[in-house]
Design a protein around this ligand. Structure first.
Ligand code: HPA
Length: 291
């Protein structure tokens, strides 16, 4: 298990193939399952892991080069199993840059999804509402993002075997998968808004002035994850979709301070609704092999 300093050591794209070889071998020593889909579970959304059939769970400590996840509400496990009968990989407890992890490490889970067979990834997160209409408990389909972290997982020498040097991000959030998520939500009777997710470094929450700035930038939600994972997933050829669970009004809207406890409580309350949508989406995904 790397120390905090090792977790922060720069990992360029060119380093990823060798690291993925070791990670793939660690997974294959435990299971032959080839997931169709990878799913990243955000803060408080780990409940989907309880639905996994015949799960094989690998704590991060068993995965070469991965640190123990430290964010409260994040368990720190990779799971392979079946959801609604469909082979999937779940990341329960993602890695964040604000924990001191290099962007190249933060995106290894999605690159590993690809390595072990996934064609698509679902990214979920807890987020603050920048759109004043998005109350706590709102589910927002991610239509596009603003990467305001100032970081990228693609810095340094490229690995052409994984993806191109200059990655296109038009339609990075797959219109086809978004339509499938909308259909799944409708079938479950769950309201799904749609908007732009702004990814910041954190770990401090925003100032009210920053929330106003994000609104003029076109953001609907703000969080501290997801955007680097999307970039790396597109680079590696995965189709990407995702949903933000709005856990709180953006800083300054209510006059009250923001707390991590309120974020976790709102995620726990609305999490089961999102879980239903994702279960339905996964079942339909398998029924649609072209996707
Ligand atoms: N800001 C940033 N990240 C978040 C928030 C927020 O208001 N809520 C949950 N994650």
């Amino acid at each position: 298990m790397p120390t905090a300093d090792e977790a922060g050591r720069p990992i360029s794209p060119a380093h990823q193939p060798a690291r993925l070889n070791a990670l793939e071998a660690a997974v294959r020593s435990r299971t032959d399952l080839r997931p169709d889909l990878g799913i990243v579970l955000g803060s408080g959304l780990g409940g989907l892991a309880d639905d996994l059939e015949e799960p094989v769970a690998m704590p991060f400590a068993e995965l070469p080069g991965w640190p123990v996840a430290t964010a409260p509400g994040h368990a720190g496990r990779l799971l392979l199993g079946r959801l609604a009968g469909v082979p999937v990989a779940l990341l329960q407890g993602r890695l964040h840059v604000y924990e001191g992890n290099d962007p190249g490490l933060v995106v290894q889970p999605v690159l590993l999804f690809r390595r072990v067979g996934a064609r698509a990834v679902v990214l979920t997160n807890a987020a603050g509402g920048v759109n004043p209409d998005y109350r706590p408990g709102t589910l927002m389909l991610i239509a596009d993002h603003l990467n305001l972290t100032g970081r990228t997982p693609l810095l340094g020498r490229n690995a052409d075997a994984i993806g191109a040097r200059f990655q296109d991000l038009v339609d990075a959030w797959s219109p086809r998968l978004r339509a499938q998520l909308r259909a799944a939500a409708e079938a479950e009777g769950v309201v799904l808004e749609e908007g732009v997710y702004a990814g910041l470094l954190g770990p401090q929450y925003e100032t009210p002035a920053e929330i106003r700035m994000l609104r003029t930038f076109g953001a609907d939600a703000v969080g501290m994850s997801t955007v680097l994972e999307c970039i790396a997933a597109r680079w590696a050829g995965l189709d990407v979709c995702g949903v933000s669970l709005i856990t709180n009004a953006g800083a300054g809207y209510t006059g009250q301070p923001l707390t991590h406890e309120e974020v976790l409580a709102a995620a726990a309350e609305a999490g089961p609704r999102l879980t239903r949508v994702i279960r339905r989406f996964v079942a339909e995904f398998a029924a649609n092999p072209a996707g």
